[in-house]
Design a protein. Structure first.
Length: 160
């Protein structure tokens, strides 16, 4: 009986740890709104930091490194590569996007997701997002820009 209880405790602990990597609260609590505000502030504080492949510091970020480090600042653990980040959370329609959602792209004719940004602003026909561009470093871009409009794949909600 003790072994069964121990096993049950361990399984519950692992399930809790796994689920805690995605912050979901169906009612959009004040706490989650504060987390989203903090994430956007953290990411945009890095505007001007140069691009660096594999980078996760103010010495340089790649796109998924910026998102990974930003979410880590709020104790939310995401996978490191953008194509794995795209598997986390709930896929949202373009017109349902909100600040704090992640936006994913297949750039340069890639056959898989290879770019990610954090949504900072949503208008009726445009989404603005902070990301690390290979040519300009950390910047804010728009889905109205042809490059991002044409390479858009999906939006994921990590925080409800």
């Amino acid at each position: 009986m003790t072994k069964i209880l121990s096993l049950l405790f361990i399984v519950t602990l692992f399930a809790y740890c796994k689920s805690s990597s995605v912050a979901t609260n169906k009612n959009g609590s004040k706490e989650n709104k504060s987390i989203i505000k903090n994430l956007i502030e953290k990411a945009t504080d890095n505007i001007g930091v140069p691009y660096k492949a594999g980078g996760t510091t103010r010495n340089g970020f790649d796109c998924s490194g910026l998102v990974f480090t930003t979410f880590e600042s709020e104790n939310i653990n995401l996978p490191r590569p953008s194509y794995d980040q795209a598997k986390i959370g709930k896929i949202i329609k373009f017109d349902e996007a909100k600040k704090g959602d992640l936006i994913f792209f297949k750039t340069n004719k890639s056959n898989r997701i290879n770019h990610v940004g954090l949504i900072t602003e949503v208008n009726s026909d445009e989404i603005k997002f902070v990301h690390s561009s290979t040519s300009k470093g950390v910047i804010i871009s728009s889905t109205k820009e042809l490059y991002y409009h044409d390479s858009f794949v999906q939006i994921n909600r990590i925080i409800e």
